[in-house]
Design a protein around this ligand. Structure first.
Ligand code: URP
Ligand code: ZN
Ligand code: ZN
Length: 467
């Protein structure tokens, strides 16, 4: 059998385990996986001494998001370039309806942002922000190729907030259509109360950005997750908790899954490698994200949840704000644009802290970064695994070679990094997207605009693999 390209001589992480051998690529697809493939007429990509892993899916990304008086500074051009350098070959953003927009108009708006700019493949979760207006539009979006929807339990001032009635009704529809509801779970009324109590000139002067952690105790997330789980349990609608940051959340998910509730949880890599001591730094306000970083005990519990299975996916919640944008806070923590850069460092962090740190095997890492997200988001078997018939989305990483995180040399628009100065292995030496080499020798070589929208017909638990 002849191939257009052969990835030669690497340690290939397949769904069946790590095998030494080659990957034969014909057009955009993986045509063969095995030792000693014929290279006649093929372009050979040397992977000797390297790990060859499935391209990463970052299923929680916000690009050019208007939020908290700013617009997040990584757009489809810089965000997808950053992703590619970090071995990400698919991303899912959130299409949010603005100013009386329908769900369909929101999707159109996000399509315009991506088309002509995206280097890697993408799709969107559709955000239901005004239930009475949007509820009858959900089926039309399923028919248009969107199988995941999103509701925020907070962000009233952004006009995004959903109440229990909306979550309950949306979950009923998810059950009917075989689709899935993603929920940002934080308890808004108590959170508002805690923020109001602390919003005094004296406390802001004394505690600065530390007030971010002081006003979001763990029960703010745990209570909201518990409530969303209840609506999933009674409706049977599939629920996916985004960016879970607390150990209590993991306990609730584990118990719910034990009762057969159709709930899945994602955490983000920042909740695995950082904790809320970051707010003690002079530039601690940079680390404000939502939900905020938690305690070392939460970090440990989330790693354990990845190992035991109640945490199925690692994503980033990329929502990049520059130092200048973060400076909008001017000493008032409620005004810090919340979010951090992440696409470029997801794989290096998961590999360095997870695999090299002895917390997970390389196969587990690939399940949490690629196979599970693809399956859960309705993108398998096209995406998420190195197997015959799948898209040739591949990252080739050196097992030990490290690079220093330096925002001045990165693809992201961020002029800072939460991981500045960290020595990380796992940056992608070579990234292939549908057979195209888009990163070569650690540098982006692919052309923007080649990324494609990915229509989907299903989502949910059937795609959640093991731990
Ligand atoms: O801090 C964050 N996460 N910003 C983006 C909005 C969200 O809640 O995901
Ligand atoms: Zn959120
Ligand atoms: Zn988010």
């Amino acid at each position: 059998m002849r191939f257009d390209k052969v990835v030669k001589g690497g340690s290939v992480v397949t769904p069946g385990g790590v095998v030494s051998g080659d990957i034969g690529i014909t057009g955009e697809k993986i045509a063969a996986v095995g030792p000693g493939l014929d290279v006649t007429g093929a372009t050979v990509i040397d992977a000797a001494g390297h790990l060859v892993i499935p391209g990463v899916l970052d299923v929680h990304v916000h690009l050019a998001l208007p939020f908290m008086g700013a617009v997040s500074s990584d757009d489809y051009r810089t965000g997808t370039r950053a992703g590619a350098r970090g071995g990400v070959t698919t991303l899912i953003d959130f299409a949010i309806p603005y100013k009386g927009d329908s769900l369909s108009a929101a999707a159109d708006n996000w399509h315009k942002r991506a088309e002509g700019n995206a280097l890697i493949d993408y799709t969107f979760h559709i955000c239901v922000t005004r239930w009475d207006e949007h509820k009858d539009q959900i089926k039309g979006m399923v028919d248009r190729g969107f199988s995941t929807f999103k509701e925020f339990m907070i962000y009233e001032s952004e006009g995004w907030q959903s109440d229990d009635r909306a979550m309950f009704g949306t979950l009923e529809k998810m059950k009917e259509y075989g689709s899935m509801l993603l929920v940002h779970a934080e308890s808004s009324r108590v959170l508002d109360e805690l923020m109001a109590r602390h919003h005094t000139p004296e406390l802001m002067k004394r505690y600065g950005a530390r007030l971010h952690r002081m006003t979001r105790p763990n029960f703010i997330e745990a209570e909201a997750i518990q409530r969303a789980v209840t609506w999933s349990e009674v409706t049977g609608g599939q629920l996916y908790i985004v960016h879970m940051s607390t150990g209590q959340g993991a306990d609730i998910i584990r118990a719910a899954q034990g009762r057969g509730v159709p709930v899945i949880a994602e955490t983000c890599v920042q909740y695995l490698v950082l904790d809320d001591s970051m707010f003690d730094r002079d530039d601690g306000h940079l680390f404000a994200c939502c939900p905020q970083l938690k305690k070392p005990a939460d970090v440990a519990r989330l790693w354990q949840g990845l190992a035991s299975g109640e945490v199925s996916v690692i994503s980033t919640d990329t929502c990049t704000f520059t130092r200048e944008q973060k400076a909008l806070w001017q000493g008032d923590w409620t005004k810090i644009p919340m979010g951090m850069p992440g696409l470029e460092t997801l794989l290096p962090l998961a590999y360095t802290k997870g695999v090299l740190g002895g917390r997970m095997s390389i196969e587990q890492m690939c399940r949490k970064l690629s196979t599970n997200p693809a399956g859960i988001m309705g993108l398998a078997p096209k995406k998420g695994a190195i197997q015959v018939g799948a898209d040739a989305d591949i990252a080739i990483i050196h097992p030990t070679k490290t690079m220093r995180v330096d925002p001045t040399t990165m693809e992201t628009n961020a002029d800072w990094s939460p991981y500045d100065g960290w020595e990380l292995a796992g940056f992608s030496r070579t990234t292939l997207s549908r057979g195209d080499v888009i990163v070569d020798d650690y540098a982006v070589v692919g052309k923007e605009g080649r990324g494609q929208w990915l229509p989907r017909t299903r989502a949910g638990l059937a795609g959640a693999g093991g731990s």
